[in-house]
Design a protein around this ligand. Structure first.
Ligand code: NAI
Length: 696
């Protein structure tokens, strides 16, 4: 397939970018653009050129497939293409519809004129990948839209509809009708009138308040960008557009681009971008697997999770039947959903009409007869195998053939759950995270017999409801909670050894975790873990007990909901306040165990908690529970508040260096009181560290 097409329309050469789906500026397309521009130049019958994309995209920018490969900079690189456009002797008009982003916008900025559809989406989103526009975007955009607008676009990376930029010099015409015809007419007119070619690089930015404004922007960005260097570099590059000649500004932009590209923060953001896309793929499920139709969904249980799960579908316009055991539980669930929408309305995020529409899609019921015809049912009843068995046996009776039967269980064996039905191929785990209408992660638990088309269907559905879905095999805790157990274990050990809950939380939060383990525990409720521990103690008599955590629970300290947990809370407030009573409990437990508390460094706290995650992550990979290391990172980024600038535990380990990580684990094992069994590095970690390879 030709990556760009060429035709002549009464003296105007129309070059159509033709690299679906979004005209990524890959090497083939770049080559074609240069060649076709040359062709138009040499053809005496051509008086002007129009560059046009598809309705979906003028161009979405760099080709994702070329990311990080030598192809991305191979000549003609984007700078060369833009130079060829800008230097062309005949007028070149960009005709813009759909996405015009990143390199795509930079290409359009190289054209002499721009005609856009009002709803075209204009953006320089590079900052979201921890870099900045590296092909003149920071130099040309401010010359056309002014410092203020350009900075807002470049620092936020957000898309702006073309219509919103109509008062700037970015577009020469904004049209609602036939874009191609308008652009060709415009190009012909420009040629006829012999209008001077508008080369953006020659424009000077005149802004009497430029200098103080840039200083203001610098201060604001420095105060808000926190862990990320890119936003400040964006400001510096735009400042160069204001203070320096074009070529010097281009040099400054280039240097900043290359510098940012090498930062761990940018590596982390690009890893997340690619990791999200990779997670959607299942190696043995072909991309063209026919999908089952999901037009109506039912949810069983209107508790904390069920209500949140239902909202995901309502928000996407998919009707939901919500089933409960008792009328009052059903009403509580419905009221919770309505209240949540009303809160969004108060914040201006939802209109009354939208609220009404969503509530109208929701059908409450107490009868299984009402859900039989739905295409997917998600069970979110109590976490008890007996209850799940009852529910799944009933579902097997009432659900229509081909319906997908899903469970939101967070710990139970999906293979067993599937065995309660005569259709285990239709059963899958859909593990949402709390609050289910907010958290982006969805663990898709693939049981032994889950059919491929069921997997393909739920992965697609996850996109519809805007979740990042990650496939997990069946094991206790799946990917996320299984690893978390090891992280928590270290937090508890450190507590016994001498650290306080405050110190541990603060150290991890300073490092970037959204919330430390003890504050998190208080938020989620400590009683759930306690009941699991009690079961485990009974099943494994020799098991080491979490004495401190158990004692808190014995005192009824279940976290925020009881006003006390690892911290104390003032009535109605969520601030975690240190509690002397907890300190006493910790001190007593240490004394009973004969532990003399020592000073623990923040560095040790972070390393032990995070490397515990890494080690279990490596085992999860070895066992094939996760398909790839980046999937584990997506679980942690989207479900556990892992810092975005570190890219997830597995990428972080690589950033530190796997040999250094293994070395640290061995040191933790060897230190006095160290748990040698816990710190045995996973065999695959040792192997990779030795061979110098990486996870991905
Ligand atoms: P919950 O106790 O808030 O809600 C359970 C609801 O199910 C109750 O309203 C109850 O009346 C209803 N129910 C029980 N048996 C039923 C039956 N046979 N038919 C219809 N309705 C029935 O529990 P929660 O927290 O929403 O948990 C539900 C499931 O989600 C559990 O499997 C849990 O492990 C899982 N989960 C919980 C998370 C959390 O953070 N709470 C996170 C991820 C998964």
């Amino acid at each position: 397939m030709e990556s760009a097409l060429y035709d002549i329309d009464a003296g105007v050469a129309v070059i159509t970018l033709n690299n679906p789906s979004v005209n990524g500026l890959g090497l083939d397309l770049r080559r074609a653009l240069v060649a076709l521009l040359e062709r138009a130049h040499e053809d005496d019958s051509v008086r002007a050129v129009v560059l046009i994309g598809s309705d979906r995209a003028f161009s979405g920018g760099a080709d994702v497939k070329e990311f990080g490969t030598p192809k991305s900079s191979q000549e003609p690189n984007l700078l060369t293409v833009i130079r060829a456009v800008e230097n062309a002797a005949k007028p070149v008009v960009a005709a813009i519809a759909g996405a015009c982003m990143g390199g795509g916008l930079e290409l359009a900025l190289g054209c002499h004129f721009r005609v856009a559809r009002a709803d075209a989406q204009i953006a320089l989103p590079e900052v979201k990948l921890g870099i900045l526009p590296g092909a003149g975007g920071t130099q040309r955009l401010p010359r056309l839209v002014g410092l203020d607008t350009a900075l807002n676009m470049i620092v936020s990376g957000n898309a702006v509809p073309a219509a919103k930029l109509k008062d700037t010099a970015l577009f020469d015409a904004i049209v609602d009708d036939d874009l191609r015809k308008s652009a060709v007419d415009f190009a012909r007119k420009v040629a006829q009138e012999q209008r001077p070619l508008k080369r953006v690089r020659d424009i000077r930015i005149s802004d009497p308040y430029g200098e103080p404004y840039l200083q203001f922007a610098r201060n604001t960005v420095a105060a808000t960008a926190r862990h990320f260097p890119a936003p400040l570099k964006c400001v510096e590059a735009v400042a160069a557009a204001y203070f320096k000649p074009f070529d010097e500004g281009m040099k400054i932009e280039r240097e900043a681009f290359l510098w940012l590209l090498a930062t761990p923060e940018s590596r982390a953001l690009r890893h997340a971008f690619l990791g999200e896309r990779a997670a959607a793929k299942i190696p043995d499920v072909p991309a063209d697997t026919p999908l089952r139709r999901i037009e109506r969904v039912s949810v069983i249980g209107a508790g904390t999770m069920g209500a949140g799960i239902a909202m995901n579908f309502l928000n996407a316009g998919i009707p939901v039947v919500l089933l409960e055991m008792k009328q009052e539980a059903l009403e509580r669930g419905l009221a919770g959903i309505r209240k949540n929408y009303e809160n969004s309305m108060k914040k201006g995020k939802l209109s009354q009409q939208q609220l009404d529409q969503r509530m109208a899609l929701l059908q409450p019921t107490l009868s299984y007869a009402d859900i039989g015809g739905t295409d997917l049912v998600i069970e979110a009843v109590f976490e008890d195998m007996g209850v799940k068995e009852q529910v799944f046996r009933q579902l097997d009776e009432v659900m229509k053939p081909g319906a997908i039967l899903a469970s939101n269980t967070s710990t139970l064996d999906m293979n067993r759950i599937a065995s309660f039905t005569r259709r285990p191929q239709d059963v899958v785990g859909l593990h949402f995270f709390s609050p289910a209408n907010v958290m982006k992660l969805l663990e898709v638990v693939r049981a032994e017999q889950t059919a491929k088309d069921v997997l393909a269907t739920v992965m697609q559905l996850a996109k519809t409801i805007r979740k990042v879905a990650v496939v997990s095999g069946v094991c206790d805790g799946f990917i996320g909670n299984r690893m978390l157990k090891y992280y928590r274990n270290q937090a508890n050990e450190l507590l016994e050894e001498g650290a306080s809950p405050q110190q541990i939380d603060r150290a991890l939060e300073k490092w970037g975790m959204a919330m430390g383990p003890f504050r998190m525990g208080d938020l989620a409720g400590l009683d759930i873990g306690w009941s699991i521990r009690k079961r485990l103690y009974a099943e494994n008599p020799g098991m080491k007990k979490s004495v401190i955590a158990d004692r808190l629970c014995e005192m009824g300290r279940f976290g925020q909901k009881t006003g006390k947990g690892w911290y104390r809370y003032e009535p109605g407030k969520r601030d975690a306040l240190p509690d002397p009573q907890v300190e006493e409990i910790i001190a007593a437990a240490r004394a009973e165990a004969g532990i003399t508390p020592r000073k623990v460094s923040d560095e040790e706290i972070v390393e032990r908690c995070i490397f515990a995650l890494v080690n279990e992550g490596a085992r999860i990979l070895e066992e094939g529970i996760a398909q790839r290391a980046s999937d584990i990172d997506m679980v942690y980024l989207h479900g556990y508040g892992f810092p975005a600038h570190r890219g997830g535990p597995m990428l972080y380990a690589e950033t530190v260096g796997l040999p250094a990580v293994v070395d640290k684990m061995r040191r933790f094992a060897a230190q006095p009181g160290g748990d040698a069994a816990f710190w045995t590095p996973a065999p695959s970690l040792v192997c990779l560290a030795r061979s110098g390879e990486s996870f991905n």
